[in-house]
Design a protein around this ligand. Structure first.
Ligand code: TYD
Length: 221
């Protein structure tokens, strides 16, 4: 059987520090010599970056379903152009946001039908769902000062109630996918990173080689 690369995703509400953690984890795995790729959503392809600009531009007024389809369009470009070919080569992928972002933001945040979003993911993402997800969790009100400090994009301009619904959504996704989604309580940067590395170790122990995944090394023997 041909071995496939693993898909690791990082999720969380705005300001939770998931991009920092995805980067730290990427460096950590790279140092161990793993063949690895870091991607972030929305965007990551030529067409996807254009879609990202439309999505995050605060001057745009976008209706909820258009927003959903734009996020999905950006994702499917990334899947077909980058994720699928890399995974088939045995490369491990870290994603800074992926499928759960849409369920949490458009499903729970915008109140669009969750079953519909899940069914689109099943149809178009299929076997390229994440193998493991780190959900960096903190109450929305604690993260407000962080979002307020930066120039906010269209989504970050949403109310605190929206962010609270998204967090609730993430926790519901975690409850539904207990083996895949690991909730990491947001602490200091280092403590959070250590916790992620610890959970990763446990995941690797449980991952049988026969599961058909490869952790391909870039180091020559
Ligand atoms: P980005 O600048 O990448 O921020 P972050 O560092 O928080 O990931 O902006 C992405 C924004 O898009 C973020 O507010 C979450 C939102 N988003 C959705 O609403 N649905 C999605 O499917 C994805 C991938 C992101």
């Amino acid at each position: 059987m041909k071995k496939k690369g693993l898909i690791i995703s990082f999720e969380g509400i705005d300001g939770c520090g998931k991009t920092t953690q995805a980067n730290l984890f990427f460096e950590y795995l790279k140092e161990s010599g793993l063949d690895i790729l870091l991607l972030n959503e929305p965007g990551g392809t030529y067409a996807g970056e254009k879609i990202r600009d439309i999505l995050l531009d605060s001057r745009n007024s976008i209706c909820p379903f258009s927003e959903l389809f734009l996020y999905l369009a950006s994702r499917l470009q990334l899947v077909e152009e980058m994720i699928r070919p890399a995974v088939e080569k045995g490369t491990t992928i870290i994603l800074d946001r992926y499928v759960d972002s849409t369920t949490a933001y458009q499903g729970y945040g915008r109140k669009l039908p969750i079953k519909f979003i899940e069914s689109i993911h099943r149809t178009f993402i299929g076997s390229l769902m994440p193998n493991i997800t780190f959900l960096i969790d903190a109450p929305a009100e604690n993260l407000l000062p962080i979002i307020e400090k930066k120039k906010r994009d269209r989504i970050e301009e949403e109310s605190i109630e929206f962010q609270k619904r998204v967090r609730k959504g993430y926790l519901a996704i975690a409850r539904k996918n207990r083996t895949r989604v690991h909730i990491i309580k947001r602490k200091t940067q280092e403590q959070t990173h250590k916790e992620i590395v610890k959970e990763w170790g446990k995941f690797l122990n449980g991952l049988k080689d026969s599961a058909g995944f490869s952790l391909k090394s870039t180091k020559k023997r």
